[in-house]
Design a protein around this ligand. Structure first.
Ligand code: ZN
Length: 298
């Protein structure tokens, strides 16, 4: 258990631990222009082997999770995505073809968002996601406003906090000859992420110049880092949210899946709550001050 206490001596709210899986399947490789049989098979492994393996593990452990899924993956593996929901997990929006909003025109970005929503509605019995995670973890200047317009409650691609959700902003201006200008906060929760709590960069080999990931890390070292960060969050951020980002085609291959089991056991050992990202966002909103116009602080 975390030893943290509030100033009135009451035990602090425990840490929320969110297991999140970006089920990109082949869209990840396709978005990088890799459409030949072997990259396709790497994505196919996610749907054919890894997600069923992960769902079995989560069921055995009684742990909920959030799967961020591009529309293309839902169209390719509709029954598996329906199983994710049927087993009590959450599905979040992750683009249609894993397209980064940064490289899209405003109209293309809006269309990709709508296409992902339409796919969920059509394939998943009218399902409407509460959360969005950008493919490649980057947003365009209009993304947060667009998410609000389409009724999303939370976003999970940014890093201004490590273990505490916060309100997203719109209308930031990046001046280069004077201070950065923060736009107003909006009623869209950020559930922050971190490259240090992501499996892809450390464990997956990618050769797509200029992007080259050697994937030379020892999985045990990655696991120790993840658990150490969970200890830190439990001890220093009362009521915080620890968000781990994994990819089925990475963490679900071979013995690496044992890391998921170990993360769940460690969270329970700390007295943390395993919750979906949507539940963590909702519970933060109940405790958070309302969004405010942060321009006043600039
Ligand atoms: Zn992704």
């Amino acid at each position: 258990m975390s030893a943290v206490e509030q100033s009135d001596g009451a035990p602090a709210r425990s840490l929320d631990v969110c297991l999140t899986f970006d089920f990109d399947a082949m869209s990840l490789w396709g978005a990088m222009g890799q459409t030949s049989p072997t990259p396709v098979s790497r994505g196919e492994f996610g749907g054919r082997v890894a997600v069923p393996r992960i769902l079995d593990l989560l069921a055995e452990a009684g742990a909920p999770a959030t799967f961020f899924v591009p529309g293309h993956t839902i169209d390719t593996f509709p029954e598996l995505c329906a199983r994710i929901l049927a087993e009590g997990h959450e599905i979040g929006h992750h683009g249609y073809f894993h397209e980064s909003p940064v490289g899209l025109s405003p109209l293309q970005e809006k269309r990709a968002l709508e296409r992902g929503l339409e796919t969920m509605e059509r394939r998943l019995d009218g399902y409407r996601p509460a959360g969005y995670r950008s493919p490649a973890w980057d947003l365009s200047p209009q993304t947060t406003e667009l998410l609000l317009e389409y009724g999303f409650a939370y976003e999970s691609s940014m890093m201004a906090q490590d273990f505490e959700p916060y309100w997203c902003r719109t209308g930031d201006v990046f001046h280069t000859d004077k201070a950065f200008e923060f736009g107003p906060e909006i009623e869209l929760v950020e559930v922050p992420v971190s490259w240090a709590l992501d499996d892809f960069v450390d464990l997956e080999y990618v050769y797509a110049p200029p992007l080259i990931l050697p994937a030379a890390k020892d999985p045990g070292a990655v696991e120790r880092r993840w658990l150490a960060d969970m200890d830190f969050a439990a001890a220093t951020v009362p009521g915080g949210v620890y968000t781990l980002t994994m990819h089925p085609q990475v963490i679900g291959r071979g013995a690496r899946i044992d890391i998921v089991r170990s993360v769940i056991a460690h969270a329970r050992g700390l007295g943390a709550e395993l919750v979906t990202a949507g539940a963590a966002a909702r519970s933060w909103v109940e405790r958070a001050p309302a969004a405010r116009d942060s321009q006043a602080t600039v």
